[in-house]
Design a protein around this ligand. Structure first.
Ligand code: ADP
Length: 250
């Protein structure tokens, strides 16, 4: 998947105390957030972490379609994660892959604890995450974009959900993996409702020493706090702009 350097070279760089893209161990890639990018949907957000770019659109709460899947106790959160055909170096097939179907479920499970789904029986909330450009961390960027789009749609939430991937390679713990690191490190994506310190997603895709997990979680939580501040700032600025537009800048 587009590895640009050999494993030996990667190991040499890491053991010399650096990361392949020159970042500090705990440094996030540059983050850009835009809220309200489509006018047809109730909520939308664009979230960029380095070269990874995800557009998330939220529809609803709306009538559940097809009606036979409606739950009389709560709303259905319907999440679709897709990678655009142009999001990877080689054209990605438009047919949803097993990975996309699995990630849709994982993103849904990461978001559900933040929502009051029981307040909307028989309804549906649709969350569509489209990866426009992929360079690792697309599930974490999707979760970050989705919680912003849900807030933009005015859907009541206990907290935003914020996510980052933490990696473990050659004894080092690194934050927000780029794609080379994603291929060569153990990858631990974490999502959290930061105000409650409640973890809503925790995965590990390779073996890693279990005694390093508390440190991985601590470093991940610090990174999540930084992203959370940016998410809240983006929402505040969006509403401040709207207010200025309504009041003519006063
Ligand atoms: P995440 O994007 O959440 O890190 P993965 O670990 O499965 O999820 O994927 C890591 C990265 O591998 C992706 O962000 C993307 O850059 C690349 N990738 C994943 N699937 C494909 C694909 N079908 N074609 C090309 N690159 C892909």
């Amino acid at each position: 998947m587009g590895l640009k350097i050999s494993e030996e070279e990667f190991r040499r760089i890491m053991e010399s105390g650096k990361r392949v893209d020159g970042r500090a161990w705990d440094e996030l890639r540059p983050i850009k957030i835009r809220i309200g990018v489509t006018e047809r949907a109730e909520g939308s957000a664009l979230f960029e972490m380095g070269k990874t770019r995800v557009l998330c659109v939220v529809r609803g709460p709306m009538e559940c379609i097809p009606s036979h899947i409606a739950d009389p106790e709560r709303a259905i959160l319907d999440v679709a994660y897709r990678m655009a055909t142009f999001s990877t170096e080689e054209r990605k097939s438009p047919t949803p892959s097993r990975r996309e179907i699995e990630l849709s479920k994982i993103i849904r499970e990461a978001l559900e604890p933040a929502l009051f789904l029981e307040e909307y029986p028989r309804m549906m909330i649709k969350v569509y995450c489209l990866v426009l450009q992929a360079d690792a961390g697309t599930r974490t960027a999707s979760i970050n974009a989705a919680s912003l789009a849900l807030a933009h749609a005015g859907i009541p939430m206990r907290d935003l959900v914020t996510s980052v991937a933490v990696g473990y390679c050659y004894g080092k713990i690194v934050v927000d993996l780029c794609s080379v690191e994603d291929e060569l490190c153990a990858d631990v994506p974490i999502a959290m409702m930061p105000s409650y310190r409640k973890i809503t997603l925790l995965q590990a895709d390779h073996r890693l020493p279990i005694d390093r997990l508390p440190e991985i979680l601590e470093i991940g939580t610090k990174a999540i706090d930084k992203i959370y501040q940016l998410q809240k700032r983006a929402l505040r600025e969006m509403y401040a702009t709207t207010t200025r537009e309504i009041t003519g800048g006063e």
